[in-house]
Design a protein around this ligand. Structure first.
Ligand SMILES: C[S@@+](CC[C@H](N)C(=O)[O-])C[C@H]1O[C@@H](n2cnc3c(N)ncnc32)[C@H](O)[C@@H]1O
Length: 229
């Protein structure tokens, strides 16, 4: 599959000013806190973040990982993150400009990863169920997935009516897709609620979930071998 909802031009345009919107920094802060509280990240973890953008969540999660590959389809969003990496001296983050839904692009990655996560990106990817299958295949056995995104909304969250995005996600339907892909231990919590005037000019609340799930560990054959006489 390939993501037909190309958002890179929009994010290239927004990159320089992306972090100046306090709503975005509040979401990122809440999501990073929810991830670090929910997922037991060990220093040995090899992580992948898709749709890292300017690194608002990346910079908070990466210090808990051994190494993080941070990918995005917008080279300008990545450019802002790369500036932060130089300024901060953080060395365990590698950035790559690629589309995770493209098989050709995925060949540039060193899967499997122990931990794959994202914030506010899933709604920009058109075919959700096949994409979840891709995430499953890129995780190591026993690995963890964490995705933060909008709960299902009326389609008025985004200001541009022409923008191709999912209107958030129904938790039950997403759970079914995750189970179908093979995930276990699926759990949701509300990480944050955005209060904003929507495109129709109405003050509305938009909850953001954090879902976590595991790829089941491989059970060793020795588990089933008969006891020695
Ligand atoms: C709303 S921004 C969120 C950025 C960041 N995660 C944050 O929370 O501040 C969504 C990001 O996903 C990126 N993106 C969209 N589709 C993508 C794909 N198929 N693969 C990788 N990144 C993608 C966009 O370029 C953009 O930077």
């Amino acid at each position: 599959m390939k993501n037909n909802w190309h958002s890179s031009e929009k994010f290239n345009r927004q990159a320089a000013d992306f972090d100046s919107n306090p709503r975005r920094t509040r979401i990122a802060e809440a999501v990073a806190t929810a991830i670090t509280k929910t997922v037991p990240l060990k220093g040995s973890t090899e992580g992948l973040e898709f749709g890292c953008g300017t690194g608002l969540v990346t910079m908070q999660v990466a210090p808990r990982l051994r190494h993080l590959t941070a990918i995005d389809t917008s080279h300008r969003m990545l450019g802002v993150l790369e500036g932060k990496l130089i300024a901060s001296g953080i060395k365990n983050i590698e950035t790559l400009c690629l589309d995770l839904s493209s098989a050709e692009d995925r060949r540039r990655l060193k899967a499997p990863y122990d931990f794959i996560y994202s914030s506010m990106t899933l709604h920009h990817i058109d075919s959700t169920a096949p994409f979840i299958g891709i995430l499953f295949n890129m995780l190591s056995d026993g690995g963890t997935l964490a995705i933060a995104d909008l709960d299902h909304e009326e389609g008025l969250f985004h200001d541009d009516p022409e923008e191709k995005v999912h209107p958030g996600f129904d938790r039950k339907k997403l759970t079914e897709m995750l189970e179908q892909a093979g995930f276990a231990g699926i759990s949701f919590k509300t990480a944050h609620t955005v209060e904003k005037k929507n495109r129709a000019g109405v003050d509305a609340s938009y909850p953001i979930f954090l879902l976590t799930a595991h790829k089941p560990p491989l059970i060793s054959l020795s588990t089933f071998s008969s006891p020695r006489p």
